[in-house]
Ligand binder design. Structure first.
Ligand SMILES: Cc1ncc(COP(=O)(O)O)c(C=O)c1O
Length: 390
């Protein structure tokens, strides 16, 4: 759950929802008018707040939303989201009835789930229950294989009240330099779509593309595209054609202590950083429990008064230290930007990811619940609603 609204500690993430709608428009311009856009809001909209993002996008022309778990889907329904909600993660447990009761749209690739959804639909008194079939074309994660696809569709057809309304796959390398794996997956997917058509199953919604494929492989766009990272303003990789994106999340804190120390002073746990000169060290109230990864220790930079300052020593659970020796006039209470822009400079999720050897997705998704999210353009009442997940 997102921690919404002002905290006492000055560490917060500010979400610019206008940037999200701007990014949606850029995606739309790049992919053309035809495919519907499934806005992927799993993992609390990659840390941006699923309810707030879904509320803004519901009126902005998306086809529906993609979540990983049933719980995430229920959260959207409880917040009043009415558009289709695709549950992409296929962890239905024994609770297929919850999916049906909340009118969620599951992506199913396990034959056992067909039977369980059929039984649950019966129990819920549904005269018709709709699902999408997920096909594993190379990711080796979820979905029915091409070899078993025909039998799978036949199994669905046994139940007259189950309707296969969509066929989907997921690419494992659309953002990598080598396009061949994606082209191979596309070919396998097209064979399955053709097979379904021959069997008389005419799914209304065929979908495959994530952000990278949406921009890079026009042939992968089909009826829907499932777009996540682009909406939040990050390029999936340098191999994907760039579009004009605005990062939607900035993460900031304020200096809560400053000390001047002589050369040879050890900083933080383990003393991995030793000052080489008389230094001015500032302490920040942010640590790895907030999602500021320990791997950033002695590697990351932050922005203070428009200048870069180095993170020094090990990042602690709740605190981090930076070297502000070169920054004139620095004071307790000064704003520090961990992610986002200040002056002419910007620290992007890609850059933060590079310092901690991860991808922008993880940088955004790991900003923890402890960091309050602020939505400057929402009214206070709307902010409270954005966090209303129960
Ligand atoms: C099945 C599926 N579709 C689409 C996406 C969206 O990916 P992206 O954020 O790269 O657009 C994801 C995210 O990982 C996913 O798991």
């Amino acid at each position: 759950m997102t921690n919404v609204g002002p905290g006492i500690r000055p560490t917060l993430a500010r979400i610019d929802l206008r940037a999200v709608t701007h990014n949606l428009k850029q995606v739309r311009a790049a992919i053309g008018p035809r495919p519907g856009i499934v806005a992927v809001v799993k993992a609390d909209a990659y840390g941006h707040g699923a309810v707030a993002v879904a509320r803004i996008l519901e009126g902005a022309g998306v086809w529906g939303f993609g979540v990983a778990t049933v719980e995430e889907g229920v959260q959207l329904r409880r917040a009043g989201i009415r558009l289709p909600v695709l549950v992409m993660g296929a962890a239905f447990g024994d609770d297929h009835r919850t999916v049906i009761a909340h009118d969620l749209l599951p992506m199913v690739g396990d034959p056992g789930d067909i039977d369980r959804f059929a039984a649950a639909a019966r129990a819920e008194g549904c005269s018709r229950f709709t699902l999408h079939v997920k096909i594993d074309t190379g990711m080796t994660r979820l979905g029915v294989s091409e070899a078993l696809f025909e039998e799978f569709v036949r199994r669905c057809a046994q139940y007259s009240w189950l309707r296969v309304d969509g066929l989907a796959t997921h690419f494992y390398a659309a953002e990598e330099q080598d396009a061949q794996p994606t082209l191979d997956q596309l070919a396998a997917f097209l064979r399955c779509v053709e097979c379904a058509r021959k069997m008389g199953a005419v799914p209304q919604w065929v979908h495959a593309a994530n952000s990278a494929a949406s921009l890079r492989f026009a042939a992968s766009r089909f009826d829907l595209v499932r777009v996540g990272i682009l909406l939040y303003g990050a390029q999936p990789s340098r191999h994907v054609p760039a579009i004009d994106l605005k990062p939607a999340l900035s993460w900031e804190t304020r200096i809560n202590a400053i000390r001047e120390v002589p050369a040879g002073t050890k900083v933080s746990y383990g003393g991995s950083f030793v000052t080489s000169r008389v230094s001015c060290i500032a302490t920040l109230p942010v640590g790895y429990a907030d999602g500021y990864a320990r791997a950033l220790s002695n590697r990351a930079q932050v922005l203070v008064r428009g200048q870069r300052a180095a993170v020094i020593g090990q990042i602690c659970m709740d605190l981090s230290m930076i070297d502000v020796t070169e920054i004139d006039g620095v004071e307790v209470g000064d704003r520090v930007t961990l992610l986002g822009g200040e002056g002419d400079d910007v620290i992007t999720p890609v850059e933060l990811g590079r310092w901690s050897e991860t991808i922008p997705y993880e940088v955004l998704a790991r900003i923890s619940w402890r960091v309050p999210r602020e939505y400057p353009e929402l009214e206070p009442g709307e902010v409270a609603l954005a966090g209303c997940v129960q």
